[in-house]
Ligand binder design. Structure first.
Ligand code: ZN
Length: 420
């Protein structure tokens, strides 16, 4: 009897020791100095690879996913009690690698751009479900991502999408220049296009992206979205992510500027938050469905108080690693040269271009061909949740577009098919 109780006591002591060691190991994961510990303390990983065409040889997906998790997992992070780990969802996630290839890379119809607004169940269906264990909470990100397909009908040399990362913008995040999240591997790029939608030009960019079966992020201007909602719907239908870029492209470090709306240019005074919200609601109205919680400041002017505001709105701020300065260029060759030279120098990054710019729209196909030839890989940043708009701004936009009867001009009169 005494022996038995001593044995039980010994087992308890050993359990405590093992559990303690595990805990201390978790807490001793080094956090890079750049990681915003405060911001990530209340949430899971900001960036999670959910699809991958081929794991990078020196750094397999498991290692990358685990290191991402170590960056974002705070020592005091509570056990993921809210995440469903039901028997029903576990086999589904286990079957994901085999089931996913048919749904990606090829068609927008099978790969919706964003998941339903704030729906944890949908997120759980696409993200690997963590296995619940009282002794050793398994980091969710260690499950290998689904394998993305490389097939692209009619184009054996397509870029495709090499990796899909899911972005959790809860509490905000910042990407691009001086971002704390260095998630891109050497040779990986994210394509972004600003200032659209615009007839011919946006479609030319879409055509090039479709020919390469690849995905990009668009940051449309609210005013332009009200002119051409049909074009923006096409962007959404093709499976690209659509963020926003203010209502009238104002410098948000100021409160005075000028706005051209329906052919009239006027001096305006504005509240920067209105500029953000109106732009957001206008884009959301034009798309007519969920849009991404991604925002880019005009001229990349990012007042800290507005970055904080966007954080509270669970919206990520996108700067850029490589600015093409395509708005200064007239010839497509210049745009291509600018991007390729900067990429050669930096090796990877979020590229800022403008689908609104004529030269860029003409350069798009050649640029993608050259990226492929240079061995670069496209990463698609898929938002985990959709952005939420504010009702009063939605109403404001409805009043504005209502006055013009929806489309400012019939789509057929402004869109020319760019088949040469
Ligand atoms: Zn812009």
């Amino acid at each position: 009897m005494r022996l038995a109780s001593m044995a039980i006591a010994l087992v308890i002591v050993m359990c405590v020791a093992v559990f303690g060691a595990m805990l201390s190991q978790r807490t001793s994961v080094p956090v890079p100095p750049t990681a915003p510990a405060k911001a990530v303390a209340e949430r899971g990983p900001v960036i999670t690879t959910i699809e991958e065409r081929e794991p990078a040889a020196p750094a397999p997906a498991r290692a990358i996913a685990a290191s991402d998790a170590s960056v974002t997992a705070a020592p005091s992070a509570p056990a993921p009690t809210a995440l469903p780990a039901s028997p029903a969802s576990a086999p589904a996630s286990a079957a994901t690698p085999a089931a996913m290839p048919t749904t990606s890379g090829g068609g927008p119809a099978t790969a919706p751009m964003v998941v339903a607004q704030g729906s944890p169940s949908v997120a759980a269906a696409t993200a690997p479900a963590p296995v619940q264990s009282p002794a050793a909470p398994t980091p969710a990100a260690v499950t290998p991502p689904a394998k993305a397909t490389s097939s692209c009908p009619g184009n054996p040399n397509a870029l495709g999408v090499s990796r899909v990362v899911e972005i959790d913008t809860t509490g905000g995040a910042r990407f691009g220049f001086e971002s704390p999240y260095d998630f891109l591997r050497e040779g990986e790029v994210v394509l972004t296009f600003d200032d659209g939608p615009w007839p011919d030009r946006t479609q030319a960019v879409l055509k090039a992206l479709a020919a390469h079966c690849t995905k990009a992020i668009f940051f449309p201007i609210g005013v332009h979205a009200t002119y051409h909602p049909g074009i923006l719907k096409t962007v959404a239908a093709a499976g690209h992510a659509i963020g926003s870029h203010t209502w009238c492209h104002q410098n948000l470090a100021k409160t005075k500027g000028s706005c051209e709306f329906r052919g009239k240019k006027e001096a305006v005074e504005y509240d920067p938050k209105d500029e953000i919200e109106k732009g957001l609601s206008a884009v959301h109205w034009a798309v007519g469905g969920p849009t991404a919680p991604y925002f880019r400041f005009p001229q990349l002017k990012e007042p800290p108080e507005l970055v904080a505001y966007l954080g509270k709105r669970n919206i990520a701020v996108f700067n850029a690693d490589l600015d093409s300065f395509d708005f200064k260029m007239r010839k497509p060759e210049q745009v291509k040269k600018s991007v390729m030279e900067k990429l050669k120098k930096h090796g990877k990054g979020i590229i800022l271009m403008h689908d609104f710019q004529h030269a860029t729209s003409e350069a798009a196909m050649d640029l993608l061909n050259e990226l492929k030839a240079g061995g670069y890989k496209i990463v698609f940043m898929k938002p985990k949740n959709a952005v939420t708009t504010i009702a009063s701004y939605d109403e404001m936009i409805l009043k504005i577009v209502g006055a013009a009867g929806g489309e400012a001009r019939p789509t057929s009169s402004v869109i020319r098919d760019v088949n040469e």
